[in-house]
Design a protein around this ligand. Structure first.
Ligand SMILES: [Zn+2]
Length: 262
């Protein structure tokens, strides 16, 4: 039988949640992901699963709580996620994502929460999350709430130079090209090896793009976009590298949240 997880808001009784907010002012984590193809070897929820697992581990260590994730994100772009034309990739408009982030932060504030961490797992989301945070804070300050503080974290920005050299001994490609690459595949091998099929790692990589965007997005307009959907090779991925990165992200984010909030 599954065990109740005391950091997950949706598993709490509202009275316990209410008491924790009022008595301890816990940081509340909101993972924001995507339902997006991640090559033929990874599941489509990587961008939701990884920031949620990181949020849960950080929340356990800092006395925080984790809200249910936003499981859909902004439209996949070719140079960062393959593009929105792949089957399975299911995206929100900018308006829908921005409004969802804004509304959830405003609701948390209504409960009395004043410390929120938006944990982003999908780089196309960034500006729309920022817009949602900005709109929520403007609305709250008009309503007289001026002590809300929000952090926006892209967990992969906590990768140290030393880890980068261990994980990519031949040189780090770039975060956009890492879509379904070594980092995400390694972290998934650490967290959920049952969802990874290493026998399907694509060979049609790395992607090569011109230094500009072309619309409409299609394979015809992007002849060097890998048909597999992965943008670089995950051949060097291992569960050990995944554990190294996961632990580094958790430790770095525990420090950041502690110094900002505790
Ligand atoms: Zn991803």
């Amino acid at each position: 039988m599954a065990v109740k997880d005391p950091v997950r808001i949706e598993q709490l009784h509202w009275t316990d949640y209410d008491a924790r907010i009022r008595e301890h002012q816990p940081p509340i984590f909101l993972p924001v992901g995507a339902l997006e193809q991640h090559g033929p070897h990874l599941p489509m929820n990587c961008d939701e699963l990884i920031p949620r697992e990181i949020s849960e581990e950080v929340a356990r260590r800092v006395g925080g709580l984790v809200a249910p994730s936003l499981s859909y994100g902004y439209k996949s772009q070719p140079r960062t996620g393959g593009g929105n034309h792949f089957s399975g990739t299911t995206s929100l408009s900018a308006e829908a994502l921005t409004a969802s982030v804004r509304d959830i932060i405003a609701e948390l504030a209504r409960h009395g929460a004043r410390r929120v961490v938006v944990m982003d797992g999908h780089c196309e989301n960034t500006m729309f999350i920022i817009e949602g945070i900005d709109l929520a804070l403007s609305q709250l300050s008009r309503d007289g709430v001026t002590d809300m503080k929000v952090l926006r974290i892209g967990y992969y920005e906590f990768t140290s130079k030393e880890t980068e050299e261990i994980v990519w001994p031949d040189g780090f490609p770039s975060w956009p090209l890492e879509h379904a690459g070594v980092m995400e595949t390694s972290v998934m091998l650490h967290l959920r090896p049952d969802l990874v099929d290493m026998s399907k790692i694509p060979t049609d990589v790395p992607a090569r793009f011109p230094p500009y965007d072309v619309y409409p997005v299609s394979f015809e307009n992007l002849p060097n976009l890998p048909r597999s959907g992965a943008l670089s090779s995950a051949k060097l991925a291992t569960a050990e590298k995944g554990k190294l990165m996961f632990d580094e992200y958790v430790a770095g984010i525990v420090d950041a949240v502690s110094s900002e909030f505790l």
